[in-house]
Design a protein around this ligand. Structure first.
Ligand code: ARG
Length: 458
């Protein structure tokens, strides 16, 4: 395809440079957004009398036809074009002749690409947010069925204190709820219109930036034309938000992987969401969650790519910025892919309550409650802590648990103990009494679920 800017040059650009320079293979996906932006621009040019109304209408119709033709496959993107902007403009000119050549009046590809990426990512944010809402709502539903399902809570991956599966899942619901909030925030700051910034220094035409901003549903035009073309904060913010979503997804995935192992066996994935081994017939592998954990790494990488790409760039546009797209598109594609696979996997996952309870009965996760029993009977916490520590040591030596240790043994260490200690350290008591705000008591988790569901309603 002949270069739009061939006039200044005395030679054709080398083929290898063309291929190196071209971005249509990855920015082609923004064709609908590019056309949407161009329609708004052409409308404004017509309204402001910069081009005639007839030309404006013809351009708009031509752009709509191109959109239809790309969508129904009659028009294929030409991979030898420099980018999607050049391709659509060239196609328009092919169809409309001189009229098509008027579209780019008072516009540069610099403000055009800055606009397209915002329009494109705005739509993606909406989709990611919907998926996250579904995930949070799924977590609430599963948590509701398990507000009494006792499981060990861990620190250092050592059994620590009793919690419930519902309580555990609601922790993740909070993380993903914050992610939704971060997405909203990212959208809010992204939603300013760079169109009309020109190449960098605005334009001498009497354009109406407010009009294009309104037509495209932005909050307002961006204030400074240099910033308009050289800002990629919105890509970086979104890459960060996605990296955080993926980090959260990766953490829950890691837990699912552990819970699936025979060492835990707290859950079993549905056959439709697990995979087998080519050699070991007994295997049922949690590949989905492992892939998510793996992909979290590349979304972190994409964030670092964008930050590193931007940090040394002088104002205004530099071609380095073309590198923004592959990184942010990769993050967007992968987070959507992960969420839409993870949600049904979670919905069909079987929870093996008995194994959670069995694991809770071991590991002395009620030791804090035993110490608290003494404290409630008047002992200072540090003394109670020491006595309980010795009790645990005796249990380990005799291969007993705090529940099965005879009362005489308790009394040997402190006369304060009585038979009511067994009730105080029973797992159900331990859970039911942890009613502090945010804690695992069923009444408390119910409250958390309700608050979370209300937050989802907005
Ligand atoms: N394909 C380019 C990009 O993605 C479009 C902007 C080109 N601007 C320029 N001055 N060469 O950044």
């Amino acid at each position: 395809m002949a270069k739009m800017w061939a006039g200044r040059f005395s030679k054709e650009v080398d083929e290898s440079v063309n291929a190196f320079n071209s971005s249509i293979s990855f920015d082609g996906r923004m064709f609908a957004h590019d056309i949407k932006g161009s329609i708004a621009h052409a409308t404004m040019l017509g309204e402001c009398g910069i081009i005639t109304k007839e030309d404006s209408l013809q351009i708009i119709d031509g752009l709509k036809d191109i959109l239809k033709d790309i969508q129904n496959g009659t028009l294929q993107l030409d991979m030898s074009a420099e980018d999607i902007h050049m391709f659509i403009e060239a196609e328009l000119t092919k169809r409309l002749g001189d009229v098509g050549k008027r579209l780019h009046t008072s516009r540069s590809r610099n403000d055009q690409v800055a606009l397209d990426i915002r329009l494109y990512l705005r739509d993606e944010i909406t989709q990611i947010s919907k998926l996250l809402q579904e995930l949070v709502s799924t977590l609430c539903d599963i948590a509701e069925q398990h507000i009494e399902t006792v499981m060990p809570g861990y620190t250092h991956l050592q059994r620590a204190q009793p919690i419930t599966f519902g309580h555990h899942l609601m922790a993740y619901a909070q993380m993903f709820l914050r992610d939704i909030d971060r997405l909203n925030d990212t959208y809010k700051r992204m939603n300013y219109c760079p169109l009309g910034s020109g190449a960098l220094a605005g334009t001498t035409y009497n354009i109406d930036r407010q009009m294009t901003s309104d037509l495209l549903g932005f909050t307002a035009p961006m204030q400074n034309s240099l910033d308009g073309v050289s800002d990629r904060d919105s890509c970086i913010e979104l890459a960060n938000t996605i990296a955080m979503i993926m980090m959260h997804l990766s953490r829950i995935s890691e837990e699912v992987i552990m819970w699936c192992s025979w060492e835990f066996k707290f859950v079993e994935l549905d056959d439709a969401y697990s995979t087998g081994s080519s050699i070991m017939p007994q295997k049922k592998n949690p590949d989905i969650t492992e892939l998510i954990r793996g992909k979290a790494g590349r979304t972190t990488g994409n964030l670092v790519t964008l930050l590193s790409m931007m940090k040394g760039l002088p104002l205004a546009y530099n071609k380095d910025m073309q590198e923004d797209k592959e990184a942010i598109f990769d993050s967007v594609d992968n987070v959507k892919l992960c969420l839409s696979t993870f949600i049904p996997m979670l919905k069909t996952m079987r929870v093996i309550k008995e194994n959670m309870r069995k694991a809770s009965a071991k590991g002395f996760i009620n030791a804090t409650d035993c110490a608290d029993y003494l404290v409630k009977k008047g002992l200072p916490f540090r003394d109670a802590y020491k006595i309980t520590g010795r009790l645990v040591a005796i249990c380990i030596e005799k291969d007993l648990t705090l529940e099965t240790l005879p009362i005489e043994q308790y009394k040997e260490l402190s006369e304060t103990f009585d038979t009511d200690v067994y009730n105080a350290i029973s797992l159900d008591t331990c859970i039911n009494q942890r009613t502090s705000f945010g804690g695992p008591a069923p009444s408390e988790v119910k409250r958390q679920i309700e608050v979370t569901r209300n937050a989802l309603k907005g």
